[in-house]
Design a protein around this ligand. Sequence first.
Ligand code: SAM
Length: 207
Amino acid sequence: MDSSEWDARYASTDLIWSAQPNRWVEAEVADLPPGQVLDLAAGEGRNSIWLAALGWRATAVDFSSIALEKGRSIAAKQADGRAERITWHQADVLEYRAEPGGYDLVLLVYLHLPPAERHLVLRHAADALAAGGVLLVLGHDTTNVADGTGGPQDTSVLFTPSDIVADLATSGVTLRIEKAERVLRDVEGADRPAIDALVRATALGES
Ligand SMILES: C[S@@+](CC[C@H](N)C(=O)[O-])C[C@H]1O[C@@H](n2cnc3c(N)ncnc32)[C@H](O)[C@@H]1O
């Protein structure tokens, strides 16, 4: 889907994604001290908004201006200072280059791209990590189409944990892979869970 299709989707309803952070983001990030987070393909910003409430400074990037506007307005309704800690940036993540080494945490959550584009974005994401920074990649697993629930049905844009690990191996940044696994997520009303691919890695420095 291009940005106008995403804009139309975001304009068609109040909130597409939950107001709460994604459960895996919450579980993987809760133990990290607040710092700078880069949220690539941030959508309505549920993860950035939650992190900003914890004291993180967030850069939320998406190519849908409508999604970003929704996120900005949700954050602005909270009187706890989180809105001031989020920068909303409209850009295509295929072209966007964040400050190299500028981030303690980079999120790539449910961004589904063809393999060559995914590889490019992962390289940019890894470049943005400070030494010791954490990269969290999460998406619908390839097996979700046959064995899970919901999500894109085009397997050419889905990935497995091993696909991400292979992409990261050629990112030019030395990473310690801490988790590369399939995780199951219960979906209300569905008779079987969704299958997500989750990779968590820490940057050790330039290779
Ligand atoms: C499934 S949503 C996930 C949003 C958010 N990460 C979350 O979990 O709530 C995917 C998002 O990717 C964005 N997106 C897709 N391709 C993009 C691109 N090339 N550049 C920037 N954003 C993109 C869409 O606009 C959409 O907001």
